[in-house]
Design a protein around this ligand. Structure first.
Ligand code: FAD
Length: 376
């Protein structure tokens, strides 16, 4: 389909208005950049609005801004979800509403219901294809996230499973005997809510994430989930099946059959749940990045593509060597780095951004990261 090309050339187009796209847009404003727009295929905070109703943040919110420590789930200086929502572990719906309020407060120019299908770079300009029209920009920040792009093909028969990202509510799931494949945060969350409703759950993982000794929550289970696993109903109804690779799932007369690589077979009358992570939206723009061995985009020290200048990545797929920026409190540290790089390329001084350092929102020296906690 041929779409009309818009004559306006934006300084920046941000794709995605979740916490990453919105957060970096607020910093663009502080950097003095005015000619930008944020596109979202749905609405502000759509991924959070689509979480299962019972799912809550694992990272706690606390109104700690007054002592110079930014609320862990805040995306902007001066903002605290704890203060705004009066909850410590918001639901997805609550956080989506919070993001919508933040977008309005900062008067961020968002265009909702604009689905970006493809991006090309022609000479010095990006062409952003939405199906309806072609938008033009000097810089693009890709912030379309992971949640809407679940991993659905991990093993033969994955299609018989239901990904947890498509569950509107655990209360509404029929059945009493569940197999959950994937034992990290989403899998534990599913097991917690199902066992709370007296359902039997077998929780499979190829490793043993429940015993991981790292203090980095990108690797080890959060304390919130560890606490949940100690609840009576969890211990009573959930059987942990560690170090077990699922080889296939098939449909049989009595329901579903799960085969493992070590030759065991498990049966369940209920559709298995898949909590196996996400492919990520970066596949849409894979033509604009080199890739690491793990398939994620390779980035410069400014989170810019190493092969397409002006193309940036923000959000949970940002990686530098073995540093993983998968939580809000991690990837927000890179917003100012990206905004500063774009401001510089536009000839703006962006001096105000220095104040981001004192809030832990301007991490441009990666050599200091990755320290493990002592075991005291
Ligand atoms: C169950 C669960 C619990 C979690 N708990 C926590 C937690 O406690 N703390 C924490 O820090 N993180 C948590 N995370 C991770 C958190 O959800 C991510 O860090 C966050 O969603 C990433 O934000 P984002 O803005 O990159 O992506 P998203 O929130 O997914 O936002 C991307 C936006 O882009 C839009 N979009 C997608 N594709 C396109 C396209 N092609 N064109 C236009 N728009 C597009 C979407 O509509 C969406 O609004 C959790 C994740 C899950 C799944």
């Amino acid at each position: 389909m041929k779409s009309a090309t818009n004559s306006e050339v934006h300084d920046v187009i941000v794709v995605g208005c979740g916490p990453a796209g919105l957060g970096v847009s607020i910093v663009l404003r502080h950097a003095g950049i005015e000619n930008f727009v944020v596109l979202d295929r749905d609405i502000v905070g759509a991924s959070f609005a689509a979480w299962p109703a019972e799912t809550r943040f694992i990272t706690p919110s606390f109104p700690s801004n007054s002592i110079g420590m930014l609320d862990l789930n805040s995306i902007a200086i001066g903002v605290s979800p704890a203060y705004a929502l009066e909850v410590e572990h918001p639901t997805g719906a609550e956080y989506a509403a919070h993001l919508q309020g933040v977008a309005q407060h900062f008067e961020i120019p968002v265009r909702e219901h604009v689905d970006v299908k493809q991006i090309r770079k022609i000479e010095d300009e990006f062409r952003i294809e939405t199906g309806e029209e072609t938008l033009r920009a000097k810089h693009v920040i890709w912030a379309a996230g992971e949640f809407q792009y679940p991993r659905l093909n991990a093993f033969p028969g994955s299609e018989f499973c239901r990904h947890t990202a498509t569950v509107p509510s655990y209360e509404g799931l029929e059945g009493d005997d569940f197999i959950v494949i994937g034992g990290y945060e989403s899998g534990v969350d599913a097991a917690y809510h199902l066992s709370y409703r007296d359902k039997r759950v077998r929780l499979f993982d190829r490793g043993c994430p429940w015993k991981e000794e790292s203090s980095d929550p990108s690797v080890a289970l959060s304390t919130y989930s560890q606490e949940r696993m100690r609840e009576d109903w969890f211990e009573e109804h959930v059987e942990l099946v560690p170090n077990t690779w699922v080889a296939s799932v098939s449909k049989v007369d009595s329901g579903y059959e799960v085969k493992t690589k070590d030759g065991r077979t498990f049966q369940t009358p209920t559709q298995p749940l898949l909590a196996g992570g996400f492919e990520g939206s970066h596949k849409i723009v894979s033509n604009l990045f080199e890739h690491r061995d793990d398939g994620l985009p390779l980035l410069s020290e400014k989170d810019e593509s190493t092969i397409t200048s002006g193309m940036y990545l923000c959000g949970p797929t940002v990686r530098h060597d073995n540093l993983v920026f998968c939580f809000i409190y991690k990837y927000r540290q890179r917003f100012a780095v990206v905004a500063k790089a774009i401001a510089t390329s536009l000839g703006l001084p962006a001096e105000d951004l220095e104040s981001y350092r004192q809030w832990g929102m301007y991490l441009d020296d990666l050599s200091c990261c990755g320290e493990e906690c002592e075991t005291c």
